[in-house]
Design a protein around this ligand. Structure first.
Ligand code: SF4
Ligand code: SF4
Length: 111
């Protein structure tokens, strides 16, 4: 299990969760933030601070947002648009910096 970020974050991304995460595993993309699934320690600290209730345990993700479970993982597992290598597990979102890019699904997502 891991926590994941869903559709309500898109175009909101106020970064409240980023500040809260004790292991710094919430990475800032272009339109939303993404949780690195293998770095997340499932503490749940991020979930209550999100103002738009975008954060869920992967197993609890509402059915109409299921794709976002895959997109959180894909953000790290596959090269992002304009890159040749996958991000993988950088170990620190602060160190990685704001990535400014999204998975193709999120790039094209309309609310
Ligand atoms: S559940 Fe905890 S470790 Fe995982 S992203 Fe949220 S704050 Fe970070
Ligand atoms: S707190 Fe919610 S809206 Fe803000 S960046 Fe995190 S998931 Fe996105």
């Amino acid at each position: 299990m891991t926590f994941v970020i869903g559709a309500p974050c898109v175009d909101i991304m106020d970064r409240a969760c980023v500040e809260e995460c004790p292991v710094d595993c919430i990475y800032v993309g272009g339109r939303m933030a993404y949780i690195q699934p293998t770095e997340c320690v499932d503490c749940g600290a991020c979930e209550p601070v999100c103002p738009v209730e975008a954060i869920y345990l992967d197993t609890d993700m509402p059915s109409d947002q299921r794709q976002f479970v895959a997109e959180n993982a894909r953000f790290f597992a596959e090269p992002l648009p304009g890159r040749t290598e996958a991000l993988g597990s950088p170990g620190s979102a602060a160190k990685a910096g704001e990535l400014g890019v999204d998975t193709p699904f999120v790039q094209a997502f309309t609310k």
